[in-house]
Design a protein around this ligand. Structure first.
Ligand code: UDP
Length: 245
């Protein structure tokens, strides 16, 4: 798919990436041995670790849902993930991101099978340079698959941005802080492999036409993320079967 992005040729990203280029990505599953499933997703200087526990009986009991299981997500940016130490514990931002992570992942899970049970997903951002909610969702989706929880499909997430008038993929913190012209717009998007969007947010301003272009860019980028997630899961299976690392 070709995206029309009129400003493309003139615009230079601070790190020299092409407008549709993701940061270097690393992904691995099985990074937390005590968890039922776990994964690491690294995009540039942003690193997310996800650990899955369950499905298990929901406690406290009054939170049990006899009709379906519950997905519980807990996103946390650890204190030393940025140069200015962050105050530990929950805040409004982390509670919001925990909730949207749940929205992003729930559509691929077969929660009907897990009446009265809970699947806990803990996401720790150990290093943050923007795009942490997307990295967390990518790691969490891989960790759920690694835990052997039946999923309809993988979820992949990426942030598309508009810097002044130009659309770019996978913003760094430096880009999120861009303040020339129309300034920055940040659009984190999570998608099922089929292309269906499970989560999208918009921080900034963008017209309808350019938003559609941003979604198309996001789809292409999520497809690249998906291939990396799939490879990490396949590598783990190969290793368990005594094959290569
Ligand atoms: N950030 C920070 N302190 C905070 C929250 C965020 O330094 O308390 C930085 C961090 O690098 C983060 C970036 O700001 O990745 C962008 O945060 P945002 O809330 O836009 O979410 P994200 O892009 O990480 O999903």
């Amino acid at each position: 798919m070709r995206i029309k992005n009129k400003m493309t040729t003139k615009f230079k990203r601070p790190d020299g990436r092409a407008i549709d280029e993701l940061r270097p990505i690393e992904a691995k599953v099985g990074v937390v041995p005590n968890a039922d499933g776990s994964a690491m997703y690294k995009s540039g200087d942003t690193i997310a670790i996800a650990a899955v526990y369950g499905p298990k009986k929901m406690h406290p009991q009054h939170q049990q849902n006899p009709l379906k299981g519950t997905l519980r997500c807990d996103y946390n940016m650890i204190s030393f993930s940025v140069s200015d130490r962050i105050r530990p514990g929950k805040n409004r931002r982390s509670m919001e991101i925990s909730e949207i992570t749940k929205w992003a992942l729930e559509p691929v899970l077969l929660l009907d099978k897990y009446q009265n049970q809970v699947i806990d997903v803990f996401i720790d951002i150990i290093q943050a340079d923007a795009g942490t909610r997307c990295a967390g969702i990518n790691a969490a989706a891989m960790a759920l698959a690694h835990a052997g929880i039946p999923m309809k499909d993988m979820v992949s997430s990426v942030s598309v941005g508009k810097l002044d008038k130009t659309l770019v993929v996978d913003l760094t913190k430096e880009e999120e802080d861009f303040h020339e012209g129309e300034g920055p717009t940040d659009i984190p998007i999570s998608m099922i492999h089929s292309g269906r969007i499970t989560h999208m947010q918009l921080d900034g301003k963008i017209g309808v036409k350019q938003l559609k272009e941003a979604i198309d860019l996001g789809k292409i980028a999520c497809e690249k993320v998906y291939e990396i997630q799939k490879k990490a899961l396949k590598d783990a299976i190969d290793m368990e079967n005594g094959g290569k690392e």
